[in-house]
Design a protein. Structure first.
Length: 151
């Protein structure tokens, strides 16, 4: 892959081991890209990749409950994120449910690919579309809310 992507990586506590497994499995791929993570996920991802001898650029935001999801959602809105992997704990309630919903919602609105399980994440990072210069992602579905576009 030629283009350096900015990839958001976020995992809830019960999914952090899965995220660590996934980043190790894909360490060669991730080495070439910029990773943006919520606080604790980022720390674990960095440690795991460094142990593998891989040192990608990693930006750690706040921890999720302290606003990390919201910070990443804001980056999505500013078109600073190319794709996201968000391993959600679907079996336990989170105190920052509203922020989680916001991150998911902004990815949907801004047409940012987001994988919420490992299979989707693997399909996403192996897509040939990343290198297809003729491929243009669809415009946002909510065009009428895009202030830069005439009706
Ligand atoms: O809570 C999270 C995502 O909603 C993850 O936050 P941490 O990576 O800081 O644990």
């Amino acid at each position: 892959m030629r283009k350096k992507l900015t990839i958001a990586l976020v995992a809830h506590d019960h999914r952090k081991a899965d995220m660590v497994d996934w980043v190790i499995y894909n360490s060669d791929f991730l080495a070439e890209h910029h990773l943006v993570c919520t606080g604790t996920t980022g720390k674990l991802v960095r440690e795991a990749l460094n142990r593998e001898g891989v040192f990608p650029e990693i930006t750690c935001m706040n921890s999720g409950p302290m606003g990390g999801d919201a910070e990443i959602a804001a980056m999505v809105v500013r078109k600073e994120i190319d794709m996201a992997v968000f391993l959600i704990d679907d079996l336990n309630a989170q105190p920052h449910e509203a922020d989680i919903m916001m991150l998911l919602r902004q990815c949907r609105i801004h047409n940012v690919p987001i994988a919420c399980n490992r299979y989707s994440a693997d399909l996403m990072i192996t897509s040939t579309l990343w290198d297809d210069e003729t491929y243009k992602p669809m415009e946002p579905l909510y065009r009428k809310f895009d202030r830069n576009k005439p009706e």
